[in-house]
Design a protein around this ligand. Structure first.
Ligand code: XMP
Length: 512
């Protein structure tokens, strides 16, 4: 059993970063919404707890709080921002509405040496941190000592050293707190005594054991798309269950140019012989006819996928489980009790309730870079592991408005040109995702001596670490001009090409 840490989520936009940082240090963590914390705390038996930030105020009636059992258990606790404030209030200290809100960069004045600051921040020195708060601690709980302040926040860190309980008003998990990683490391290793024994090898071993225990003798249908996530799931399933697993690839007609053939070839040759490919293009296009709303598209696609899988499962008989490559960012963005819903990733919230098979999602708590590492350890070919992420609903969320075979063909051609040029110019290594999208507005152009009235293509290429944030790739203008020129000349139905410069947030990576 690995050492585990519970991250109690009060709804901060950066809670998942706490999990990332903690995992990078080899400690297994799970984020649990504060509403279900009591039960999770008891079943998970964590060695330490981190209380996240959040948008609420402890001064409001019925403000979210941590289960008192956490404090009573005598475990090491680190409260961050709102987490610090609720810990303060719950342990008898006082919080006040802030007169000076602090958002962004602030400077922390170290009042006392602290085990959390060991080796980085000595008493009497000043350090950059990142803050985002209105309320602040007015009086620390009895038995606690104040260790840091800022110009407008007299109690920016406090601690009960003997009880290993710490509160910080700043965010150590964000990169704008340059020493934040060390603060977290001190908490995890020096204070909580964790071992840092969570590695990709141990993840593989644990998953295989869990999958075997859960599935027993049953058969599993593994949904594959050729992407990294589902390929890694397929490899894990194969390790765990051998030929109890059948991989099913559904061609919904919404893949990139020539991709369906490539996926089947790569998959069969390189790695998993037990693959069934289903041509469901006609069914998907029929189901999508007239559908223009992005969430509705995802629901239709989710339902059609399941219909195709269940039809195949019936043929196989005794196939009770559907394995799929859901990742942690998909879960976060599809909404939780604490985080806002951004989009229903088709494989999370888009699954219909009439579905009979039980879903298995072994990568549900992981980020993409962790999944790639696990893929490498499982021996998947580099082309598969390094593949650009591609959304399950495919080009449907890159075609604004109705999805028709003709519009898909336009996007496929433009996308192929863009990505060919990226490869030809060797720009691929710095790019997280690149694609062409088709808009549903039309604009006037002139081609030869004729007026045109056609749809624009938007090019999008982003740099990212984990798809939670992203920024536009800084192409050379001449490169973009060249691509635009090729697209309007070679792709029928397009008379204008735009490049999307927006970062995420406020945009998202996909247009829908
Ligand atoms: P956004 O557009 O939310 O995308 O910034 C973040 C990452 O998720 C992918 N994505 C999806 N993947 N089903 C998926 O399997 C979906 O419905 C979906 N929507 C977005 C997107 O390509 C990016 O990598």
């Amino acid at each position: 059993m690995h050492d585990k840490i519970l991250i109690l989520d009060f709804g901060s936009q950066v809670t998942q970063l706490i999990a990332r940082r903690v995992r990078e240090m080899g400690v297994y963590s799970e984020i649990v919404p504060f509403q279900s914390a009591e039960a999770a705390f008891r079943s998970m038996n964590p060695k330490a707890v981190i209380l996240s930030g959040g948008p609420a105020s402890v001064l409001e009636a019925n403000a979210p709080c941590a289960p008192q059992a956490i404090f009573e258990a005598g475990l090491p606790v680190l409260g961050i921002c709102y987490g610090e404030q609720t810990m303060c209030a719950q342990l008898g200290g006082a919080v006040e509405a802030g007169h000076h809100r602090e958002f962004g960069r602030a400077f922390l004045e170290i009042e006392e040496d602290s085990p959390l600051f060991d080796g980085i921040w000595a008493r009497g020195t000043r350090h950059q941190v990142w803050m985002s708060h209105g309320d602040q601690v007015l009086r620390e709980p009895t038995g606690f000592e104040v260790t840091a302040s800022t110009d407008t926040c007299p109690i920016a860190a406090f601690e009960d050293r003997a009880g290993h309980r710490f509160g910080v008003q700043f965010h150590p998990e964000v990169s704008h707190t340059p020493d934040g990683r060390t603060v977290l490391m001190r908490f995890l290793f020096d204070e909580a005594g964790l071992r840092g024994d969570w590695t990709s090898e141990s993840f593989i071993e644990d998953s295989i054991r869990d999958i075997r225990a859960r599935v027993g003798e049953a058969r599993v249908l593994c949904a594959v798309s050729g992407g990294v996530d589902s390929s890694v799931v397929a490899a894990l399933m194969a390790e765990a269950l051998g030929d109890q697993v059948t991989c099913v690839f559904v061609d919904h007609g919404l893949l990139r140019k020539n991709e369906a053939e490539q996926v089947v070839r790569a998959f069969t040759e390189a790695f998993h012989p037990n693959l069934v490919a289903i041509d469901a293009r006609a069914t998907f296009f029929a189901a999508l006819a007239g559908v223009t709303d992005p969430e509705a598209k995802r629901k239709v696609i989710g339902a059609e996928f399941v219909r195709a899988f269940e039809a195949h499962a019936d043929e196989l008989q005794g196939c009770d489980f559907l394995a799929q490559g859901t990742l942690y960012p998909d879960v976060i963005e599809s909404g939780s009790p604490t985080a806002a819903k951004i989009k229903t990733h088709h494989n999370v919230g888009g699954l219909p309730d009439w579905m009979k098979m039980t879903v298995i999602e072994p990568l549900k708590w992981l980020f993409k870079d962790e999944v790639r590492e696990i893929g490498r350890k499982l021996g998947l070919p580099a082309e598969m592991v390094e593949r650009e992420p591609f959304p399950g609903p495919g080009l449907a969320v890159r075609i604004l408005g109705e999805v028709t075979p003709e519009r898909v063909a336009i996007v496929q051609e433009a996308d192929a040109i863009f990505r060919d040029e990226i490869r030809a110019h060797d720009l691929h290594p710095g790019i997280w995702q690149s694609y062409a999208a088709l808009l549903d507005v039309r604009s006037v152009g002139v081609m030869g001596d004729e007026r045109t009235y056609q749809h624009p293509i938007v090019l999008r290429a982003v740099q990212s670490e984990d798809a939670m944030t992203a920024q536009a790739f800084p192409f050379d203008f001449r490169f973009l001009e060249h691509v635009a020129n090729r697209i309007v000349n070679e792709v029928k139905g397009v008379n204008r090409v735009l490049y999307d410069l927006t970062s995420k947030p406020p945009a998202t990576i996909e247009w829908e």
